[in-house]
Write a protein that binds this ligand. Structure first.
Ligand code: SAH
Length: 464
């Protein structure tokens, strides 16, 4: 190990920065975040530093660096573009045994700055020992995705309960087991969901009765339209801690691959008329599993609250007092539009967008036709394949121009994505000709013509 990672308490301690440019500014910001008293010496100041000096955030000494300035200082940074000055600062600081960092010059550093993930009070520091700051930044970016933003809050809550937990459990082993449970279970989930009061209550309950069987809960998760890269961080985290996963046909195999390896998987259907499990039974199964203490992940294609019957599922949970949370997902309209190069709104073509279900009820559409015919809007039709001929016919019969651009996006966002472009009149024919199958999203509106210009995701496209 070339450098020992340590965390330095700089609150109200004097640090000297030599240099007045943007590099110095970045270091000053870091020092200020750590609560340091920053003194800065430089012949001139960049605009950002000038503002800080004017506001009294830093103490500015105009002029040249002199060794005397190191009196009472605990840490020194040289950030000038003058190599000689940097060397002089380094020499003066090391003569006084002061930690010194010369920016971009590892040979003259007795300490270096890591890449930082700040979830204060949780702080993660990554360093490559100066070998490759870019690699450190890339690692940082990966870690950022793994560490929920609210980890800091979780740590603060844990700190609050540190003493009571110490009193309650005699051995470190018992304490460790307690904290492992608390920091991964419902307490943590409440914190991540922004419910700090419930988190504190849950932690108190755990502390009062740690033997009580832990209550299960349901995560209603939007799995997005197919590409696993479109999952949210929260979705992924909950998928990886669930004991049991109920999923339906729209959830792609690649997304399903990301659930916890040893979770039980239950397929609950639904191709249009093929319900592996009736809706009421799904609702009740979710509640029952949670009541057995399981963490239940209900994975749904797209967003659970957009034509996903998510509302019904959590209604049952709410009625039966089961804890749940809902994780939004990227709905098919957003996914298919982006990956198909069709902006749903556009200054010149569409000022609104309407999502409708093309699902037929008793063989007819239950839609507000006038609403669908407003000009300058984009229509997105979910579950529209079966009723498509009738839908298109009626749109034209009621006044939509038959040349209105229209698109079919089949298996959007997946490697199998196909986009078929036509008009409201030719859509049914396209379905026939290319044997288009579900899941397919229908987009109707002037914005569709932008596809030829903006399409970027081209796994294997057919443009008719
Ligand atoms: N809750 C889902 C929609 C469920 S309704 C969401 O927010 O996306 C099912 C319909 O969604 C399908 O019939 C199809 O019209 C559309 N759909 C879902 N995923 C799709 C995909 N990857 N490509 C195209 N259409 C999709």
């Amino acid at each position: 190990m070339d450098f020992l990672p340590i965390f330095f308490d700089l609150k109200k301690r004097r640090c000297l920065v030599v240099g007045g440019g943007d590099v110095a500014l970045r270091k000053v910001r870091l020092l200020l975040r750590a609560g340091a008293t920053v003194e800065l010496v430089s012949l001139a100041l960049s605009d950002g530093l000038q503002v800080m000096a004017d506001q009294g955030d830093i103490i500015y000494h105009p002029g040249c660096f002199e060794s005397i300035m190191l009196e009472g200082v605990v840490l020194v940074i040289a950030a000038t573009d003058d190599e000689q000055v940097n060397r002089q600062v380094h020499a003066a600081a090391t003569a006084k045994q002061l930690p010194v960092n010369v920016v971009d010059c590892p040979a003259l550093c007795t300490f270096i700055f890591p890449s930082i993930i700040d979830r204060s009070p949780v702080v993660v520091a990554v360093s490559t020992g100066g070998a490759s700051p870019t690699l450190a930044r890339l690692m940082r970016a990966r870690l950022e995705t793994l560490i929920p933003a609210a980890y800091g809050k979780l740590a603060s809550l844990a700190e609050k309960f540190r003493e009571p937990v110490k009193k309650r459990f005699a051995t470190t082993h018992q304490r460790r087991l307690f904290w492992e449970g608390a920091l991964q279970g419902s307490v943590a989930e409440h914190v991540f969901a922004g419910q700090s009061q419930q988190a504190e209550q849950a932690l108190q309950q755990l502390l009062d009765a740690p033997e009580a069987p832990s209550e299960g809960e349901v995560y209603l998760i939007g799995a997005g339209p197919g590409d696993p890269d479109l999952l949210t961080f929260r979705a992924l985290r909950l998928m990886q801690q669930a004991d049991v996963v109920l999923y339906d046909r729209l959830v792609s195999p690649q997304v399903l691959d990301l659930v916890r390896r040893d979770a039980d998987l239950i397929y609950v259907g639904k191709a249009c008329a093929d319900h592996a499990m009736p809706q009421a039974e799904i609702n009740q199964t979710l509640a029952d599993l949670a009541k057995q203490g399981k963490r239940v992940c209900r994975l749904k294609g797209g967003d659970p609250f957009i034509f996903g019957r998510g509302g019904e599922e959590i209604e049952t949970l709410a009625e039966q007092g089961v804890t749940f949370q809902v994780v939004p997902g990227i709905t098919a309209a957003s996914g298919c539009a982006s990956y198909g190069g069709i902006p749903l709104t556009h200054r010149d073509y569409a000022q609104s967008v309407t999502f409708v279900t093309g699902h037929l009820k008793d063989g007819s559409f239950n839609v507000n036709w006038d609403g669908l015919l407003h000009p300058h809007q984009t229509l997105v039709i979910y579950m529209g394949l079966v009723g498509l001929p009738s839908l298109c016919e009626q749109l034209v019969a009621r006044g939509m121009k038959s040349s209105m651009p229209a698109a079919l996006v089949q298996q959007g966002t997946t490697p199998q994505q196909q986009v078929y472009i036509g008009t409201v009149e030719s859509l049914p024919e396209l379905v026939q000709k290319h044997n288009v199958k579900a899941p397919t999203l229908v987009i109707i509106g002037e914005v569709v013509q932008l596809h030829s210009k903006l399409a970027w995701f081209k796994p294997d496209q057919v443009v008719a």
